[in-house]
Design a protein around this ligand. Structure first.
Ligand code: 2PG
Ligand code: MG
Length: 430
């Protein structure tokens, strides 16, 4: 049978930050597929474990052990399995690892194989990857996602003083993905002009996700700059805003080392209780067209999450990233505690395609939105573009419309939209 896996091999390659990551290749008699694993910087403590060598190579960031776990342990065992049976392949690797957080083999090792095998199955079936993912997730409604584009970077993704990590534009009023991309690129280029005029040409360097990283510190200032850029581009009616505070990074201590009392946050050098932080967000929601707010509170600050969702969940997408870590158990807890209303789906937080699909399905069936997401350390692999369409998620966060590891995803969506032709539907989300 041609869909039997005949071999799997991994290698160490570089990601967009110049750090090592795992690439895996899987093949059958007739086909071969490969995939690359992304890597975060503002990682949640509850994420599956990314195995790093912690030795002299690459300042400790080598992934030779993860590569060897694929080549020496996983490869032998999954040869002969059917690549179209994703559940069985992933289930087998999870069992082989045997830990709660994939710390034996490494989530990066397991995910590289999981991604490559799913892509191999699509080739074997003669369908594009998004259609194969549609089959795996039992979704027939393909949607071109509204992109969330991080055009201004702060937090641990930039060298400026901004505590809040991501300021995003969401071209929700476009009629197609192609139009959405055009609008976003125009806003992005206008933002460059706005920043240059106000802060000079030294301020237009970009951060890890391709957004500008000017020397700002007031959390609201990026929103003003972006609004000016949207207006300059003439797209006021079509573009909404999104924010990822990544608040786990300024909980009890900020990136500049300033400390706060237990349970408090440090924003712009000032200590805030969760209640005060909530008020600050409330003012932002009142003043700007923000439709999505991610990680407004730290990963285990459940009471703050629940009270924020109770108060603002009706008017804004409350997105759980570090809170949920794409883990069904944490999603179940968040559902019970009404802690948020949107899943941020990152495949390497959980470490397999099967578990990622389960997280998306549970969220959708529970009435939540799902935003498929990249990591700040990305690769040229456009996998998540197909994933977003295949799941029918309606949203994809993949950074600025700049830098090839980000545009790889957006450009893939242009191809998918073209392939779907008059069946292509741009998601109506906001
Ligand atoms: C996030 C991500 C991606 P990182 O917090 O949502 O934008 O950042 O990959 O560094 O966790
Ligand atoms: Mg986040």
């Amino acid at each position: 049978m041609s869909s039997k896996i005949e071999g799997v091999r991994a290698r160490e390659v570089l990601d967009s930050r110049g750090n090592p990551t795992v690439e895996a290749e899987a093949w059958t008699k007739n086909s071969v597929a490969r995939a690359m694993v992304p890597s975060g910087a503002s990682t949640g403590v509850h994420e599956a474990l990314e195995l790093r060598d912690k030795d002299a190579r690459f300042m400790g960031k080598g992934v030779a052990k993860a590569v060897s776990n694929v080549n020496k342990t996983i490869a032998k065992k999954i040869v002969g399995m059917d690549c179209t049976e994703q559940d069985a392949v992933d289930g087998f690797m999870i069992e082989l690892d045997g830990t709660e957080n994939k710390s034996r083999l490494g989530a990066n090792a397991i995910l590289s194989v999981s991604m490559a095998v799913s892509r191999l199955a699509a080739i074997e079936e003669g369908v594009p990857l998004y259609r194969h993912i549609g089959r795996l997730s039992k979704n027939k409604k393909f949607l071109l996602p509204v992109p969330s584009m991080n055009v201004l970077n702060g937090g641990v993704h930039a060298g400026n003083k901004l505590d809040i990590q991501e300021y995003m534009i969401l071209p929700a009023g476009a009629k197609s993905f192609r139009e959405a991309l055009e609008i976003s690129a125009e806003v992005y280029q206008n933002l460059k002009t706005v920043i240059k005029e106000k802060y000079g040409k030294d301020a237009i360097n970009v951060g890890d996700e391709g957004g500008f990283a000017p020397p700002l510190s007031r959390p609201e200032e990026p929103l003003d700059l972006i609004m000016a850029a949207i207006e300059k581009a003439g797209h006021e009616k079509k573009v909404k805003l999104g924010v990822d505070a990544a608040a786990s990074e300024f909980f009890e201590q900020d990136k500049n080392g300033r400390k706060a009392a237990k349970g408090n946050y440090v924003l712009e050098g000032v200590e805030l209780t969760p209640g005060r932080l909530m008020e600050r967000y409330g003012q932002m929601l009142d003043s700007y067209p923000i439709v999505s707010l991610e990680d407004a509170f730290s990963q285990d600050d459940w009471p703050a999450w629940s009270s924020f969702t109770g108060r603002y969940g009706g008017r804004v997408q409350v997105v759980g990233d570090d809170l949920l870590v794409t883990n069904v158990k944490r999603i179940e807890k968040a559902l019970k505690e009404k802690a948020c209303n949107t899943l941020l789906l990152k495949i390497n937080q959980i470490g397999s395609i099967t578990e990622s699909i389960a997280a998306a399905r549970l969220s959708m069936e529970s009435g939540w939105n799902v935003m498929v997401s990249h990591r700040s350390g990305e690769t040229e692999d456009p996998y998540i573009a197909d994933l977003a369409v295949g799941l029918g998620a309606g949203e994809l966060k993949a950074g600025a419309p700049c830098r090839s590891e980000r545009t790889a995803k957006y450009n893939q969506l242009l191809r998918i939209e073209e392939e779907l032709g008059n069946k292509a539907v741009y998601a109506r989300m906001f």
